[in-house]
Design a protein around this ligand. Structure first.
Ligand code: CA
Ligand code: CA
Ligand code: CA
Length: 350
């Protein structure tokens, strides 16, 4: 009997001890708790939250009973405060709420008060918000708790969404004039450029020329980009007629879904580099320039430098007597003029 009483007293003392040392603010195990740090990912939003709240409200792994603790989110340190003030986040206790990936969870969640724009206002990455680090102060409401207050680091990854389309810089391009006989492969503008405020694939850009309608002004088959990733526009085939072409140029990112922007460019083919007979390319004179910018533009946008020796050699190999071109129409006119002149001179002797 004496032994039973002693054992009962031992259980009582033990239960009181366990109650007093009942741990608070202990994180449950899981992907959102690594290395003593709470890790969550919250999706950015431009101006308004999307309909799926689970993208912004995340379980932080604290399952203390409601009312047993108070949570406060503070700066990780005062030397390098986060780009978003911790007061912009709410810590709340929720019961059986849906979480991302399915299922429900009960415990403490964190969510931003208002949408967070990861991308910033510029194309620079310096104003991007990718990681926010704070400290959660978890305090027991039980005055008998010996644990008191815990400080738990929290790392919030702001997930990029493809909410920006590429932007052409500049938004429009001046008319470009190139000389006839400019050989295929010649770069006529090397600075078609667009930028994107997003991250990763959401900011990678592919350039292209939108297929045209086949009209005389459709230049979509006359020109192409040297690489879809570089804005170097080149002549796609030998151009032997004077004409004006309109190019509809696209810049598409690799996001899902992708976003695309367009700009137009006018390319005019003007006479030049022709023989004195008016037919074919003048391969006896070195080509000086194939590009003439008709509107003010920066030198970075349009190259006006003389063609290289290699380009000239290519031209000589490429150019030949055009068969049905405007040049040959001029050529026939010259021949007709010569015949009429000879007939007139011959008539004077009669
Ligand atoms: Ca930015
Ligand atoms: Ca974005
Ligand atoms: Ca984008």
């Amino acid at each position: 009997m004496r032994t039973l009483i002693s054992f009962g007293q031992l259980l009582l003392v033990l239960s009181v001890f366990l109650k007093q040392t009942n741990a608070v603010c202990e994180l449950s195990t899981g992907a959102n708790f690594q290395g003593g740090t709470i890790r969550v990912s919250i999706e950015e939003a431009d101006t308004a939250f999307g309909p799926d709240i689970t993208r912004y409200r995340k379980f932080i792994g604290l399952t203390d009973p409601q009312g047993s603790v108070t949570l406060t989110i503070v700066h990780k340190d005062l030397v390098v405060p986060a780009a978003v003030d911790p007061s912009e986040f709410i810590l709340e206790y929720l019961t059986d709420v849906q979480v991302a990936g399915g299922g429900t969870q009960t415990g403490f969640f964190i969510r931003p008060v208002s949408p967070i724009d990861r991308d910033g206002n510029t194309f620079s990455t310096f104003d991007d918000i990718n990681i926010l680090e704070y400290t959660i102060e978890c305090k027991s409401t039980d005055p008998k708790s010996v644990q008191g207050t815990n400080f738990i680091p929290i790392r919030i990854n702001i997930v990029d969404i493809n909410d920006n389309a590429p932007q052409f810089l500049p938004a429009s391009y001046p008319e470009v004039q190139i000389l006839m006989c400019t050989p295929a492969g010649t770069t006529i503008i090397d600075a078609v450029s667009a930028n994107d405020k997003d991250e990763g694939l959401n900011r990678e850009i592919v350039y292209g020329i939108v297929p045209g309608d086949g009209s005389p002004a459709d230049g979509s088959t006359k020109f192409s980009f040297s690489s879809i990733h570089v804005g170097h526009l080149k002549v796609n085939q030998a151009l032997l007629e004077m004409a004006t072409y309109i190019l509809n140029i696209s810049a598409t990112d690799k996001g899902t879904p992708e976003r695309v922007s367009y700009t137009t460019m006018t390319v005019t083919i003007i006479a030049g580099d022709v023989t004195s007979a008016g037919c074919g390319c003048d391969t006896t004179q070195p080509s000086t320039t194939h590009l003439i910018a008709t509107q003010p533009s920066t030198t970075q946008q349009i190259s006006t430098q003389p063609s290289t020796t290699q380009q000239i050699a290519t031209e000589q190999a490429t150019c030949g007597p055009p068969s049905n071109s405007a040049l040959c129409t001029n050529c026939r006119s010259l021949n007709l003029y010569a015949v009429v002149s000879l007939l007139f001179i011959f008539s004077l002797y009669l």
